[in-house]
Design a protein around this ligand. Sequence first.
Ligand SMILES: *Cc1c(COP(=O)(O)O)cnc(C)c1O
Length: 393
Amino acid sequence: MSAPEGPGKSFGLATRLVAAGREQPGRGGGVNPPIQRASTLLFPDVESLYGEERRSYGLDGMEAHDALARALIDIEGGAGAQLVPSGLAAITMALMAALRPGGEVLVTDSAYGPTRRFCDGVLAASGVATRYYDPRIGAGIAELLGPRTCAIVLESPGSLTFEVQDIPAITAAAKAAGVVTILDNTWSAGVYLKPFDLCVDYSIQALTKYQAGHADVLLGAILARTPELYEQARQTAKAFGVGVGSAEDAYLCLRGLRTMPLRLEHQSAAGLKIARWLEARPEVAEVLHPALPSSQDHALWARDFTGAAGLFGVVLKPLETASLDRALAEMAHFSMGFSWGGFESLIIPCNQQLRRTATPWAKGPLLRLSIGLEDPDDLIADLAVLLAKIAFK
Ligand SMILES: *Cc1c(COP(=O)(O)O)cnc(C)c1O
């Protein structure tokens, strides 16, 4: 969906998200878009069958998809948004849109694990090389750019380790070299960071996380800075036939968006309260949360972000792993599971899935917390019990 023409963004986010995606004229009175199940769309004559209609087949998405895409553009800006069935598909399709034969991609060493798997597997087998770089490289990225470089993948803060990247320094170097930049912007939900103000070309959202918000939908989006970049992403997703996810999922995600500002406000504040509590505990070596003034990346975060998600990391002091594993399984409110951004709090040990090649990660044991909608004091009590059960060395 291309960015609609319309009035400026003078209203607050919560106000805009009540109205977003509801501009569709000519409906029969429902507040929400219809959920249409369709492969085949019918046309009255040959001229319109082969005409320029944007929507000609179910794979292009139906009304609920269009409404969701418009709402995403309303949040984050950009010239267009392409929906795809998962956050991971958004990353892989954006990469495919930017690649050239024999090219090379630069990927932050803090990238989401499956992004790495795609680069090391599918791209490597297709003759596209990947070079991982230090997430804190900043303007130094210029030295890594060569004639083969076609894309830079950024993720800020990084998955599991939460380094904040100097996005404008990296996009400036990329722009000078004609290289496409792809930012995994899932942590900010598109709310706390505006990538197109920082000259990012593609912003990736795993809508599975805060947008859907209820641990029951898989969906992704590629938002593009210019109409040309949007068209490239759209044609790539179309060529691969990945589709746009189901109408039910688009509908649920749009429903999630209505309450996202409220959920984010709670999860952000609760996350910071819990991070501060953890920081003061003797069992904790470091809290990886860029909104804490003690964070190495705090100044960079404060420059570019307007808020923090409820997702952060904790490095504990040396401990007996078996005691941690036992204590995690016995928590009252935190559950263990992948994904995040839902209404329920999650906790996972991360060392098992950390992969670094450019900048070794020596800290640990590392936990990742996704703060849900519970009372933060109950979550703190749960964490106090966890820490008390661990056998520290
Ligand atoms: C979860 C996640 C994704 C992938 O989203 P899915 O919808 O689960 O495929 C991408 N990037 C980040 C940072 C994520 O946390």
